[in-house]
Design a protein around this ligand. Structure first.
Ligand code: GN1
Ligand code: MG
Length: 364
């Protein structure tokens, strides 16, 4: 069976047979494969879930189901009208399951496609302000999710201590024989290691709580409508308990970078303080009411932490021989590492100002 027929067969598990189904690749995630499906006058997103990374797909899908249903109830209670564009809608299989596993062992899911929506890889301060409000609201809506804590879809996902352990093992093993050329960068990582494990330490001391976080607040995981109003937050695979520093930091890492995540020209890369300020204001507008002083005091640190963490993650993958992230060319993970590290240096240079901005935005 050719690839397209295989995809059609999978889609039919969810929405039944339709000879006119059209399927096209969609998006540019580093982990899952996504397709846009048009069938019977409706539009959907089909995704192959990367089960080498998300090892427990049933629990993953159960998380997303709980999160989206909870948000849906909140929106209904608020009298929101276009709910189908304001939260993701999972389409179950014809047998009522939240995913389908094919003969090859791959896992698939289908969601409604959110119409007339767009995402940005680069935004302006006004949109960053709206995105900040949206992520603050997202955490707030999920603060009272009933039942068991959410499943950790990737254990220790944003745990810096665990990431450093894996990094050190990769350095030790030097599997791809790439270490010689990057010794200077290994030292830069080690020089900052202790500072960057501060969140785990604060958590152990009972000073930093875990809350439900999105854990992938990349700027392009927010959908806007044609008038640039926020519709909803997408890419919910990593919604799980974590530190709010993660969600704040990952947005700054991606949204407040004047360059690209994999920019080859390091001169393009620095922190855009106007975006930082706008995001901090929007986020704190909705989140200041439930955040502790320790959380607020560490938001700017969160930007450094997530940028450092992403540097370590890309670097680990480079040293390992590119087994985790999709790459477009052989040195891609090294280019990403250097670009993230440049952003980290810019955040370090501007840290005092970032602290001042957060303090002011929090009204302290
Ligand atoms: C991955 O696939 P994507 O772009 O949504 C990664 C994030 C990283 C990001 C770096 C499950 O997200 O944690 O921050 O790449 N997701 C996973 O761009 O590892
Ligand atoms: Mg993503």
């Amino acid at each position: 069976m050719d690839e397209m027929n295989k995809l059609k067969e999978i889609v039919s598990q969810f929405i039944g047979d339709d000879a006119n189904t059209e399927i096209k690749p969609l998006g540019k995630g580093h982990i899952n494969d996504s397709y846009k499906v048009v069938s019977g006058g409706k539009e959907y997103v089909l995704q192959r879930i990367n089960h080498h990374i998300f090892k427990n797909v049933p629990e993953l899908q159960n998380n997303i189901h709980r999160v989206t249903e909870h948000i849906r109830e909140k929106l209904e209670a608020l009298g929101v009208t276009d709910i189908d564009r304001r939260v993701l809608t999972l389409i179950p299989t014809q047998e009522g399951a939240l995913y389908y596993q094919d003969n090859a062992g791959d896992y698939w899911r289908v969601m409604d496609f959110i119409k007339d929506s767009k995402s940005y890889d680069e935004i302006n301060p006004e949109l960053a302000y709206r995105a900040g409000m949206a992520f603050g609201d997202f955490q707030k809506m999920l603060a009272d999710l009933p039942g068991e804590p959410l499943f950790e879809t990737i254990p220790n996902f944003h745990n810096m201590e665990a990431r450093l352990k894996t990094f050190r093992e990769a350095v030790e093993a030097n599997k791809a024989g790439r270490l010689n050329q990057v010794a200077g960068l290994v030292k830069e990582i080690e020089d900052r290691a202790e500072e960057m494990c501060k969140a785990e330490k604060l958590h152990r001391e009972g000073k930093l709580p875990k809350r439900i976080n999105h854990c992938d607040t990349k700027v392009n995981n927010i959908l806007f409508d044609n008038d640039d109003q926020v519709l909803c937050v997408v890419d919910l695979d990593t919604v799980m308990p974590g530190y709010v520093l993660s969600d704040f930091g990952d947005f700054i890492r991606t949204g407040a970078n004047t360059g690209a995540e994999d920019d080859r020209n390091l001169d393009n890369i620095s922190v855009d303080l106007d975006i930082f300020e706008a995001y901090a204001k929007g986020y704190l507008k909705n989140a200041a009411s439930f955040l502790s002083d320790v959380e607020i005091e560490n938001l700017a640190f969160g930007a450094k932490l997530l940028t450092y963490m992403q540097t370590v993650r890309f670097f680990t993958d480079y040293i390992d021989g590119d087994t985790y992230y999709k790459i477009a060319y052989p040195e891609h993970n090294l280019v990403r590492t250097e670009a993230q590290f440049k952003l980290l240096q810019s955040l370090e240079e501007n840290f005092g100002e970032m602290q001042r901005i957060v303090k002011e935005a929090a009204g302290k």
